[in-house]
Design a protein around this ligand. Structure first.
Ligand code: HEC
Ligand code: HEC
Ligand code: HEC
Length: 434
């Protein structure tokens, strides 16, 4: 055998041995000891960013206005009826033709925080007035998340606005008068939890868009921050720490449970637009973030609302009521209608059968003599899904006249709020248009 062959055999032997050693090493190495190679690091970072983007998109509830019920998430089409016409939530999926797939980072951030899109100014139905406080990093995490979802080809319906409201530049004037293009800055006098709560409530949760009174030009009144406003016919109550007319007397547990699950024991259940906010957004927040929001909400200026709406936790009529139907002697139209349509779910004492969500005692809605949310619930019904759990009430708009709905509403206010309701048939007719 030539020395060349010997060398070749020797080489084969050595490399075979090396392979064997490597295979043994791979098989016998302790689990988890694999060094984290840079190749494995990149996808983990991306996954973390997308998860963050998803959480932020939920905290900001982008899905609420950019999805039609039963439609594809973020594909747009939801109708907004404004006093001067109709506009639509747009397709914000990554589709290049009908969505925002071609948008740059700067374009996206500008639309979300300044309300300016490629076609001009956006209407403030898109709450850039609150999102303006968002950090660029958070806005881009949301964009990355949206772009990670399957693009949906669905053209936006064209807006139906009358002149001059169909002129987008008009909104530039509105911005000049009412919009402050300003990022969130932490308040050094407050703790980390307070600041986190402030950011969640304003920049993401945009609670003020529904709960703050608006002026004639539809701009939020900063001096009345969260002091209560009517939204799509519902009364979005005062959520400042005012004791009688706000949430000042709610316990920590009641508030946390309301935000995380849509029901506060002994108090309200979230119906209508608030049920949607809990269902699509708030139920996904971590307990730490809910706590942070409460820390902030407890500390903002308390503003007195309409004292007539203060919740009466011990209404005489409800205390006297039992689960059995009242005697025919007390019979009234409202009571008869309640017996036929409502008592089965809500019970005569308003505690709710089978579900705590149907409790009406202690609820702000039943304590509003104007009965705005009560009328809305009766007309439209309401539903909420928490995890796999669904609660719902049918609407009675088709089956009941304005007079009947008014009688029912005043009965609910008397029975569960212990107050004289002022709901009239013409008010119901007005709310039907919502
Ligand atoms: C309360 C309802 C509402 C919420 C919540 C909302 N949007 Fe919008 N958004 C709208 C409406 C309505 C429009 C269309 C406005 C117009 O036509 O001027 C819009 C427009 C946009 C546009 C411009 C799209 C285009 O084609 O011009 C973008 C981008 C956008 N929204 C992103 C978001 C993101 C991201 C979130 C969550 C952080 C969000 N929106 C939350 C109502 C909402
Ligand atoms: C889309 C509009 C909308 C948004 C956004 C919204 N709310 Fe509400 N909220 C309402 C309405 C309407 C009600 C009354 C619901 C009812 O009568 O069942 C309500 C009720 C509440 C209540 C119960 C008040 C009571 O006295 O019963 C609390 C607490 C509350 N909201 C907190 C918040 C917080 C915190 C945010 C921001 C994270 C928020 N809401 C965002 C519309 C909204
Ligand atoms: C099938 C059962 C069912 C029937 C029938 C029903 N409700 Fe309800 N109702 C519920 C549930 C469940 C809720 C809470 C849902 C939620 O949180 O969104 C509710 C919510 C309400 C609310 C809102 C309370 C709040 O704090 O926001 C009012 C007011 C109300 N119902 C009144 C009535 C009246 C009046 C009738 C009869 C005309 C009626 N309901 C019929 C199940 C029912």
């Amino acid at each position: 055998m030539s020395s060349t062959w010997k060398r070749l055999l020797w080489l084969l032997f050595v490399s075979g041995a090396l392979v064997a050693v490597y295979v043994l090493y791979v098989l016998l190495r302790p689990v988890g000891a694999e060094p984290s190679a840079p190749i494995a690091g990149a996808p983990v970072e991306i996954t973390a960013k997308l998860a963050r983007g998803e959480y932020l998109a939920r905290a900001a509830d982008c899905v609420a206005c950019h999805t039609v019920p039963g439609g594809k998430p973020y594909a747009g089409g939801l109708t907004f009826k404004l006093p001067f016409g109709t506009i639509y939530g747009t397709n914000i999926t990554a589709d290049r033709e009908t969505g925002i797939g071609n948008w740059s980072d700067d374009q996206f951030v500008r639309a979300v925080r300044e309300g300016v899109g490629p076609e001009g100014n956006l209407y403030p139905a898109m709450p850039y007035t609150s999102y303006t406080a968002m950090s660029r990093e958070d806005a881009l995490a949301i964009k990355a998340y949206l772009f990670s979802l399957p693009p949906v080809k669905q053209p936006n319906p064209s807006n139906d606005l009358s002149f001059p409201f169909n002129q987008r530049w008009g909104m530039a004037l509105w911005n000049l008068a009412f919009f402050e293009n300003r990022r969130f800055t932490s308040n050094p006098d407050k703790g980390e939890q307070w600041n986190r709560g402030a950011y969640l409530t304003t920049a993401l949760g945009h609670c003020g868009e529904c709960h703050s009174p608006r002026n004639l030009a539809f701009a939020m009144k900063q001096s009345q921050y969260l002091a209560g406003e009517v939204v799509q016919g519902w009364f979005a109550a005062n959520i400042t720490p005012h004791k009688e007319t706000g949430i000042g007397n709610w316990s920590e547990q009641q508030l946390a449970a309301y935000l995380a699950t849509g029901h506060a024991p002994g108090r309200s259940s979230a119906s209508g637009p608030m049920a949607e906010a809990v269902e699509h957004s708030l139920q996904y927040l971590t307990p730490g973030d809910i706590q942070a929001m409460l820390t902030y909400l407890r500390d903002i200026p308390a503003i007195a609302g309409d004292s007539a709406t203060a919740v009466n936790l011990k209404p005489q009529s409800a205390l006297a009521a039992t689960v059995v139907a009242p005697t025919p002697r007390q019979d009234s139209l409202g009571q008869r209608l309640f017996a036929q349509n409502c008592a089965g779910c809500h019970l005569w004492n308003g505690q709710g059968r089978q579900t705590k969500y149907a409790s009406l005692r202690g609820s702000t809605a039943s304590n509003d003599p104007q009965g705005r949310s009560v009328v809305q619930a009766i007309l439209m019904g309401t539903r909420i899904s928490i995890d796999e759990h669904h609660e719902s009430m049918p609407g009675f708009a088709e089956s009941h006249s304005d007079e009947e709905v008014a009688e029912l509403a005043n009965y609910v206010i008397a029975q569960f709020g212990g107050k004289q309701g002022t709901v009239t048939a013409s008010q119901v007719a007005e709310q039907r248009k919502q």
